[in-house]
Write a protein that binds this ligand. Structure first.
Ligand SMILES: C[S@@+](CC[C@H](N)C(=O)[O-])C[C@H]1O[C@@H](n2cnc3c(N)ncnc32)[C@H](O)[C@@H]1O
Length: 270
């Protein structure tokens, strides 16, 4: 067994972006605060009347925050978030919603997306065609399968129904998503949905590991698979390759988003 460097375990893995191992909220906060200070300061000095037009100020702040975040090397998908954050907040405030809506919305998002800031793996789901393609990857003999971050559990429900001779395990750490997957798995003898962090769960004994994560998680997943999976086991990663490792097979799924599966023979990950 190769020991796993805890620094590479899960959230701390570098995604190769200039932000690297830094917590992504630090540059995001910096961009937002800096942009607000600059726009607010300029308005104070040059055009105090603009304080009567909050949407205009928020739009200027959004554009500046986008530019600062871009200069700080934020991943591309953060840029529209920076541009829209304050303008949307100003617009939402204008709707005069009751206070509990904000609190309730925050709690709901937290329960579904949990610590995405830390894991860097948000919730998005494997589509039907990809599930069908994954089903074809199951070994012909009875086997053990795990979905790392199983989301709503739909992947495992389909596989478990199709292959009653195999056993399926899903790990999910977002409370609401896990509760949904767990409830819908009740009564299925070959499907177990567990609440928790899959990085803390050993991959020993699984014949097929399925992962639909993010580029940030892939270096650590490669190390974990190499350390824990048996040489004859198979790792199937939806959309994201393990950097520096040659996939045994790259499968193009015939779906609208042009999904790709990268499959790894764990014997060759050594
Ligand atoms: C991209 S979604 C994939 C969901 C599902 N596997 C599918 O393909 O439809 C990734 C899921 O992994 C979960 N997740 C991320 N990091 C995790 C961790 N360390 N432990 C357990 N679940 C995690 C997220 O909450 C999210 O639901």
């Amino acid at each position: 067994m190769i020991p796993i460097d805890p620094a590479l375990n899960g959230a701390a893995a570098s995604d190769g972006t200039p932000c690297g191992n830094r917590h992504p909220l630090v540059p995001a906060l910096l961009a937002q605060v800096l942009a607000a200070l600059i726009v607010g300061g300029l308005a104070l000095l040059l055009a105090p009347a603009w304080f009567g037009r909050p949407l205009l100020l928020a739009t200027l702040q959004g554009v500046l925050a986008l530019l600062i975040a871009w200069r700080l090397g934020a991943p591309i998908w953060w840029l529209p978030i920076h541009a829209c954050f304050l303008p949307l907040a100003v617009m939402a405030r204008g709707m005069a919603l009751p206070g509990w809506v904000w609190g309730g919305g925050f709690v709901l998002l937290l329960l579904v997306f949990w610590r995405t800031d830390k894991s860097r793996v948000p919730l998005y789901l494997t589509n039907r065609r990809s599930r069908d393609a994954l089903q074809l990857q199951l070994p012909a003999a009875p086997c053990r399968v795990i979905d790392l971050g199983c989301g709503d559990g739909a992947v495992l429900r389909q596989l478990a129904a199709a292959r009653p001779d195999c056993s399926f395990v899903g790990f999910e750490h977002a409370p609401l998503t896990w509760a949904w997957a767990w409830l819908r798995a009740r009564g299925r003898h070959n499907l177990s949905i567990r609440c928790g962090d899959f990085w803390a769960h050993s991959l020993v004994g699984y014949d097929l590991v399925y992962a639909f994560l993010s580029p940030a998680a892939m270096p650590a997943l490669g190390i974990k698979a190499r350390a824990e999976m048996s040489p004859r086991a198979r790792l199937v990663s939806n959309s994201f390759a393990i950097p520096g490792r040659v996939a045994l097979e790259v499968i193009d799924v015939p779906d609208a988003r042009k999904t790709r599966f990268y499959t790894y023979d764990c014997g060759r990950l050594q």
